[in-house]
Design a protein around this ligand. Structure first.
Ligand code: PLP
Length: 381
């Protein structure tokens, strides 16, 4: 089997991830931060160690500014719903996932003004488009760092500089970039960054987080969920301490243990899989481009994209291509709109969508050649 659906979730996970999760349940199965006994303390240590490793990974000093969530969607909702109020203005780009667009449309119904800076036909966002779209007094700019449809990498630092000049905060959706390309908040100019644990960071589903820059004032961000935190239990109001202000209820300790192991695995290999993916993605793009019936989407320069590649074949439905890749060639990919209708509109592939091949750390060069032969065969028959 050839697994090319790493943009949906990475698979297989490193064996260390499975081992860490088993170990957590066997040896540290208490409720972290709740009780004073051995199992609770051991669980709390695992959660803290992962928090600390993530803080280093995302380039911030204070580990308590890493807020654990269920996934990137949850983190984006904390940020979007917690920051915006009726009358606020927000700018986002034309390559967003519904994890951003749906909460934003929900906020629009509550009186928030949403402006979309268009992407070009290759899925690239430009500082010029943002400069034009930024309304006076904008509160927030939200940017997808790397497209889950065609891999295009946004010039986040340049756009963030413009946003800051205009007095706006910057929220980066790093669901597709964390673990794939560098994602340190200071270099990106991000005030807040949402990540998911189960894709490039190689952790299990049910993990993710919102990272707050050391310079970000949490007083601006209302909690989305309130409840027990194991701290300041004498009060019926939510504590202001980080991360408790945003982390109510028992955390996914076993998942966080796995995420810590995934991150460690990645850090031992340099912190991202960029170099590995770059060569493979370049070969895949070149080979696909040579198939006459095929149309490729996204940037032509592989350095401007991750290993997420979208295409269509003239005269073939994307569902048929995906079905045949799976049934005849045992190749797993994802077809359709990839929860990102806005991105497909920008690329001109709405509503039919595309076939998406998404590389990962375990993808091998010979698999790319097998995929190219399979797609060429489907194109001809
Ligand atoms: C760009 C982007 N943002 C957000 C998400 C949401 O991630 P999750 O499903 O882990 O919440 C995804 C998932 O595919 C994504 O690709």
């Amino acid at each position: 089997m050839i697994y090319l659906d790493h943009a949906a979730t990475s698979w297989p996970k490193p064996p260390e991830v499975l081992a860490a999760m088993q170990d957590y349940l066997e040896r540290a199965g208490g409720n972290p931060g709740r009780s004073g006994h051995r199992l609770s303390i051991a669980a709390g240590r695992v959660v803290y160690d992962t928090r600390e490793a993530l803080a280093g990974f995302f380039g911030i000093n204070d580990p308590l500014r890493v807020i654990f969530t269920l996934n990137a969607t949850h983190a984006l909702n904390i940020a979007i719903q917690g920051l915006l109020h009726a009358g606020d203005r927000v700018v986002t780009g034309g390559m967003e996932h519904n994890a951003v667009m749906r909460p934003l449309r929900g906020m629009e119904a509550r009186g928030v003004q949403v402006v979309v800076a268009p992407a070009d036909g290759a899925g690239m966002l430009s500082p010029a488009a943002f400069a034009e779209a930024l309304p006076p007094g904008a509160k927030l700019v939200i940017l997808n760092h790397a497209s889950n449809v065609c891999g295009s990498i946004a010039p986040v630092a340049e756009i963030a500089a413009l946003a800051h000049q205009a007095g706006a905060l910057v929220l980066v959706d790093a669901a597709q970039s964390a673990g794939v390309i560098p994602t340190e908040l200071p270099a990106l100019g991000a005030d807040l960054l949402a990540f998911t644990g189960h894709k490039g960071l190689l952790g299990p589903p049910g993990t993710g987080g919102l990272v707050l820059a050391d310079t970000f004032d949490p007083a601006q961000l209302q909690p989305l969920v309130r409840g027990g935190t194991g701290s300041r239990s004498e009060y019926e109001i939510q504590p202001d301490d980080l991360p408790d202000r945003y982390e109510s209820g028992t955390p996914n300790g076993v998942g966080i243990a796995g995420l810590g192991a995934g991150l460690k695995w990645l850090l031992e290999r340099g912190g991202t899989v960029r170099e590995h993916e770059l060569a493979l993605a370049a070969r895949l793009r070149e080979g696909l481009d040579a198939i006459p019936e095929l149309q490729l989407f996204g940037p032509t320069d592989p350095r401007k994209a991750t290993g997420v590649i979208s295409f269509t074949l003239a005269g073939k439905r994307v569902s048929e291509i995906g079905y045949r890749l799976d049934e005849e060639f045992d190749i797993q990919c994802r077809v359709g709109l990839h929860c990102a209708p806005a991105a497909h509109r920008s690329l001109g592939t709405f509503p039919q969508g595309t076939v998406r091949l998404a590389l990962g750390p375990t993808t091998a060069p010979e698999e790319i050649e097998t995929v190219l032969r399979a797609v060429a065969r489907i194109a001809q028959t």
